[in-house]
Design a protein around this ligand. Structure first.
Ligand SMILES: [Zn+2]
Length: 175
């Protein structure tokens, strides 16, 4: 799933939390900003991972890392922060699982590095550096994008996720 989609879908996750515990998760400016930032955190690994296809083989895409971090956070900050963090990250990982193209989610990373996804992964498509510099790599990136935009199922999932975020953001603001 694409990083902007993760951020927008964060509004849907905030809406769910708000429906369950409204006093803990109000649709306030702070909660909205955090709900846009938290679901993008796993994709920070794009800054240092060399190849597109490997960018989910890192601690930022490891649910166990965030679970551990949240337990530590729980000791020092108000409980709503680790709950919001975990809920937003769960949204990210589910999104990547549902709309994985060249990378899926290794739920038990680093203990089990096998990536899973709803649809078969096309690892070979992501065999280029995220920051492509050479002509050959740029060509591969172009092919990757062209191929991705042909994946109707993945695009539908991206679209539905984005729409859920926008619709429930508006509903949350009105209520
Ligand atoms: Zn991701």
């Amino acid at each position: 799933m694409m990083t902007p989609t993760h951020a927008i879908t964060g509004m849907f996750v905030l809406f769910i939390l708000n429906s369950i515990v409204p006093e803990m998760f109000p649709f306030s400016g702070l909660l909205i900003i955090l709900s846009l930032i938290f679901p993008m955190l796993p994709d920070l690994d794009g800054l240092w991972v060399e190849k597109m296809k490997d960018h989910h083989q890192t601690f930022t895409h490891a649910p166990l890392f965030w679970l551990g971090l949240s337990i530590i956070l729980y000791l020092f900050v108000p409980i709503w922060i680790p709950i919001l963090l975990l809920a937003q990250l769960a949204g990210h990982f589910i999104g990547d699982y549902l709309a994985g193209f060249s990378a899926g989610i290794a739920w038990l990373y680093p203990f089990n590095k096998k990536e899973t996804s709803l649809f078969p992964l096309k690892k070979e498509m992501g065999d280029f550096p995220i920051f492509a510099k050479t002509k050959e790599d740029k060509e591969k990136r172009k092919k990757f994008n062209q191929e991705y935009y042909k994946q109707k199922k993945l695009l539908t999932i991206e679209l539905i996720s984005g729409l859920l975020g926008i619709v429930f953001f508006v509903i949350g603001l009105i209520n």
